[in-house]
Design a protein around this ligand. Sequence first.
Ligand SMILES: [Mg+2]
Length: 260
Amino acid sequence: LGIVTRGTIVCDLDGVVYVGGDAVPGSGAALAELARRGYRILFCTNNSSRTRAQTAEKIKATCGYDASPESVLGSAAAAASLVAPEEGRAFVLGGDGVRAELEAAGIEMTADWRSADVVVVGIDLDLTYEALAAAVLAVRSGARLIATNHDATYPSPEGLKPGAGAIVAAVEVATDTRAVCAGKPHEPMRQLVRGAASDGPIWVVGDRQDTDLAMAHAEGWRSALVLTGVSEGPDPGVPAPDLVVPDLAAFAAALEDHPR
Ligand SMILES: [Mg+2]
């Protein structure tokens, strides 16, 4: 039996595969089924707090699907792709994921804002005023400002919590500058997806129209909106997704019949 490539599923994580520490019911079985049917499964997340390996672990631990670190495309890697080692040193306001991807890309990091040439801001679960002030001082001294993503919020079982975009906004307001953004729906992340996708159609499955589905529309990829995260239905005024389904399991079932 030859390997049949049916296309690529670019699957968002928060609000699609899991919410907080809990799997979306049926998501693990749906991913295994799609993989069995010959789709390449990629995970595309704007959450930069974890490394690829940690994210793959979380997918396995929550929904049971055996994801490889290589199948995880994150906004931290997309941000690192915007920095050249020759550009100098990076000050990070963010988590392990950002540091790991900068290190993998050969970018030197500094904890001293005075020696920073680039400031990379992502979600920082240990955010302090001191670190925020250091990022602002570095940008005010000429460092280039890069954001992993602009998501204002992310879903948790308790409700919507502040996302990286809320932290980026604080730096932008205090510096009167606008960050270059790496994550969905922006070009650096789209480039990571293009590089990892197989032949055939690309489907983006997500719970956010302004990131997941906007990325699909920008590239002419197919899109499916699931209702297990932040969205309660298609927003008016933006291009409609190709499919609106209750959850990832319903997407896998719908795809069976979808013309290719
Ligand atoms: Mg999401």
